[in-house]
Design a protein around this ligand. Structure first.
Ligand SMILES: [Zn+2]
Length: 490
């Protein structure tokens, strides 16, 4: 700190903080006798990150000083912007020519002498590029650090010079599957051949949505592409990974063209762009895969007007431009601002598109099923019957509509019924919000009742189900709808 020019008094303060503090450890839930911090700072001390930043600044300045030293040679493609090292928190990358390793290590040793901080021999490695095997072995022998292999993980991200192979991406996929396994509570198992990374991850996500399991299955009730469209277009607004990936590399290109102050951008400018126009220069073939991908993304940027003023992230802006304007569904009103439970909304989403596994559809697929409606036992089961025409559903609707003070409306056709629903759900009023929520919860409840009757041989009355819906809605109501809900008496 003295060398960095901190005032003496300030140094005394810091030392007092470090030396006079005492620690107490929680053992079996009880704090132990406090003991003095004889050996200085401990990990987890709130002062730690600040002092560490000061120490690293000192090292950083030492390393920058190397540039002036005779005999120091930059690493390949580092001289133009003078890179000797990259550091982030306690991760440090030292870059230099083979002949300069001695200089770099001298710096580290000097830093050790001044601060007492030493690089962890076991966690450090030397990476070679374009060095003969013999020379690299000699260096490893001389300095005692093991030699490493690319890709290496730096700041949690694999670092590689080439396009990564599927095998190298495997840890990422395993992590995703582990996350899904946490949700499903099942043991890990990896199924299916791996083709492409986003495709594989998507397959796991898709299977999880439809089967709740952590293995890839083919079962699904609606196309994944459909699910990935925005809610206004009738989807569930799940991110389409492939498109998101394109949007992310396009954002990098946008940064390259617009933000000059970042180090990686300065570097690409210094070595590949060299004062040319990025928009029409040839794609540098000798550059790494990553750099080429970023420059290739330029064709998309020109077509997209990116707004920097609003708070929307740039990737998101590009993503929605790539998704494009899809036709809006009139029933989108049911999916927005609906306080119903997510599972109820999902059931309603399938219901609206007639994607439920009702007996008429199962029979159409050639399955042997009992086609009678289990709710009324008098007609064949279909979506239109079960939720609109069925006597059981009607008595439930009647009860619920009375509760939310709406006139009962008996449609003669599905289209007529549907038009009426949308009319009621339109707009931002509390009345419309309550209607939407009740609607989704009622659909979900009817569907559950149907399944209980078929698979568990249990049945409940319409009145009881309507009461359940009212209970759930009362709990789910948000501030906007609560006032209205409190006025309603079931
Ligand atoms: Zn029926």
């Amino acid at each position: 700190m003295a060398e960095l020019g901190f005032p003496n008094r300030f140094q005394q303060w810091v030392l007092a903080c470090v030396k006079t503090v005492s620690y107490s450890i929680i053992i079996n839930g009880e704090p132990s006798e406090p003991f003095p911090a004889a050996k200085g700072l401990r990990q987890g001390d709130p002062m730690c990150p600040f002092l560490f930043a000061i120490a690293m600044e000192y090292l950083s300045r030492c390393l920058n000083g190397l540039k002036k030293e005779r005999g120091f040679k930059y690493h390949l493609r580092c001289s133009k912007i003078g890179i000797t090292h990259l550091s982030f928190a306690d991760d440090l990358l030292l870059l230099g020519d083979v002949t300069s390793i001695t200089h770099l290590l001298q710096c580290l040793n000097h830093f050790y002498g001044a601060s007492g901080l030493r690089a962890n021999q076991e966690k450090s490695s030397i990476f070679f590029g374009g060095v003969t095997h013999l020379a690299s072995e000699e260096i490893v022998h001389k300095f005692g650090y093991p030699s490493g292999e690319l890709p290496v993980k730096y700041l949690g991200v694999p670092l590689s010079t080439k396009k990564m192979s599927i095998a190298q991406w495997q840890p990422l996929i395993e992590k995703m599957v582990a996350r899904i396994s946490l949700w499903t509570g099942k043991k890990l198992s990896y199924a299916g051949r791996i083709y492409k990374v986003p495709k594989t991850i998507e397959a796991y996500c898709r299977s999880y949505v439809w089967s709740g399991e952590n293995v890839i299955t083919r079962r699904s009730l609606a196309a994944w592409d459909k699910i990935c469209t925005p809610k206004s277009a009738g989807g569930l607004n799940i991110i389409n990974l492939k498109v998101w990936n394109i949007a992310a590399s396009t954002k990098n290109y946008w940064n390259l063209a617009n933000k000059g102050d970042k180090m990686w951008i300065k570097w690409i400018h210094a070595y590949y762009i060299k004062g040319r126009q990025i928009s029409d220069m040839p794609i540098p073939q000798q550059a790494s895969w990553l750099v080429r991908k970023v420059v290739e993304a330029r064709s998309l940027v020109e077509a997209i007007q990116i707004q920097t003023k609003n708070n929307r992230s740039i990737i998101r802006q590009i993503y929605y431009k790539l998704v494009g304007q899809l036709p809006r569904m009139d029933w989108k009103v049911f999916m927005f601002g609906n306080d119903a439970r997510a599972k109820a909304k999902f059931t309603m989403w399938l219901y609206i598109q007639d994607r439920m596994m009702t007996s008429d559809r199962l029979a159409r697929w050639g399955m042997q099923v009992d086609t009678k409606c289990v709710l009324c036992q008098s007609c064949d089961e279909s979506r239109n019957h079960m939720f609109v025409e069925c006597e059981f559903a009607r008595s439930m609707w009647k009860r619920l509509l009375k509760w939310i003070q709406r006139r009962t409306f008996w449609a003669t056709s599905w289209d007529q019924h549907w038009k009426w629903e949308i009319e009621n759900a339109k707009g931002k009023s509390s009345r419309a919000s309550v209607f939407k929520m009740v609607y989704a919860e009622a659909i979900h409840t009817i569907w559950n009742e149907r399944n209980l009757r078929i698979f568990e041989k249990q049945s409940r009355e319409a009145e009881e189900l309507a009461r359940n819906v009212a209970c759930v809605c009362n709990v789910r109501a948000t501030t906007q709808t609560r006032i209205l809900m409190q006025q309603l008496r079931f």
